[in-house]
Design a protein around this ligand. Structure first.
Ligand SMILES: *Cc1c(COP(=O)(O)O)cnc(C)c1O
Length: 379
């Protein structure tokens, strides 16, 4: 049977987005974050689309090993370090950098006796992982004195970088306490911190969302760099055209009722494919380059759209659900009260994936841009 929904992953767009980050961050390494199957875009697909990446960061050891098996020699950072002692042996064998974020990992590290490259994590307020500043300083000094491993640097992860109403001063000062005392290089910034606070760039930034066209501040676009492209387009075909008379409702729960006669398109995609059931009536989809609204509840395999203003659109025509310059995943996610990452990670593995491998319209990088002047104000 022909599948009616699919995702299209645009490899040149990923490369282009990485190149923009690279261009705007001279002097800082740019690690591409590829956890959770490359934010749903495909782990190996993303990594192989970025052959010149300075490094990759992810959570699972198995994923890191898969990258090595695929011939990727760039630095790889395990963002949460080892989850059991034997993973440290593997990390050493596969030349992976590890984060050190807890006392029990410290014991494993001392016991394993391997010269690993370690980034010591400082807890600056996320309060999940990491050492408080005073303890982080002790840990670094003891590791160095006892020559346990190579302390590559310090690492932290901000709790509130994506909320421009919350300043980063307090976590930043906590982190700086450790940075200035130890004199070590550091990595602190995710996409949001990278965009809002150049001070945090350090030796390496860890970019996930930005590479996948996910603006952490959406719907605020004031800090979003020009030229970033969608890398994932979710699309489906129209499988049926129907009519509603005034007063007819459509779909489960009769959640939408027509006020006047309407032309309805039934699209072959639903929450069973990864389109969010939470999307309310009125959420736009793109047909023929035009935005038309979804009507009624999203079902497992179908959703309905209002084609009253699109008389020429018919069965078999394609609808873009997200991932076009005119319809971002951020917008759909925002209308559903979530973030793009959740939608992208939730695409079902059954969904066919098409890849765009060559750029039919290569785009030059935007003119050299410096970070917007207001950035520092947000620290
Ligand atoms: C996921 C993750 C990132 C990347 O965050 P984005 O907001 O997607 O750029 C960076 N650092 C850590 C520790 C992460 O877990």
């Amino acid at each position: 049977m022909t599948r009616t929904a699919y995702a299209e992953i645009n490899l040149p767009a990923l490369r282009h987005n990485y190149a923009i980050a690279r261009q705007q961050l001279p002097g800082t390494r740019v690690w591409a974050v590829v956890k959770s199957n490359g934010y749903g875009h495909g782990l190996l697909r993303v990594a192989q689309a970025l052959p010149d990446a300075d490094g990759f960061a992810l959570i699972n050891l198995d994923d890191a090993i898969a990258l090595r098996h695929a011939g990727i020699h760039a630095p790889i950072l395990l963002l949460e370090g080892a989850i059991e002692a034997r993973e440290l042996d593997e990390a050493h064998a596969w030349q992976l950098d590890v984060v050190l974020r807890s006392e029990h990992q410290l014991q494993w590290l001392r016991a394993c006796g391997l010269p690993l490259r370690v980034w010591v994590k400082v807890n600056t307020g996320m309060n999940r992982f990491g050492f408080v500043p005073e303890r982080a300083i002790e840990v670094v000094q003891q590791l160095q004195q006892d020559d346990v491993c190579e302390v590559a640097g310090l690492m932290t992860h901000f709790a509130c970088a994506d909320d421009l109403a919350i300043r980063l001063d307090a976590p930043w000062q906590r982190f700086m306490q450790v940075v200035t005392t130890t004199g070590l290089p550091f990595t602190a910034a995710n996409s949001a911190a990278t965009l809002r606070a150049p001070l945090t760039h350090g030796a390496a930034v860890r970019l996930g969302g930005l590479l996948y066209n996910n603006n952490p501040f959406y719907p605020d676009t004031s800090l979003w760099p020009a030229g970033i492209l969608p890398a994932m387009r979710f699309a489906a075909r129209i499988v049926h055209i129907g009519e509603l008379a005034a007063g007819d409702s459509i779909g489960y729960g009769a959640a939408f009722t027509a006020e006047k006669p309407m032309r309805i398109g039934i699209v072959g995609a639903g929450y069973g494919d990864g389109y969010p059931r939470a999307a309310p009536s009125g959420t736009p989809v793109l047909v023929n380059g035009q935005r038309v609204p979804l009507v009624g509840r999203v079902a497992m395999n179908v959703l309905a759209i209002d084609l009253s203003a699109q008389p020429q659109v018919g069965i078999g025509d394609e609808v873009t659900l997200w991932g076009d310059p005119a319809l971002s995943c951020d917008e759909i996610a925002w209308r559903c009260g979530t973030i793009s990452e959740e939608l992208q990670c939730a695409l079902t593995s059954r969904l066919p994936i098409r890849q765009i491998v060559a750029d039919s319209h290569p785009r030059p990088l935007p003119d050299d841009q410096t970070a917007p002047a207001q950035c520092l104000a947000y620290l």
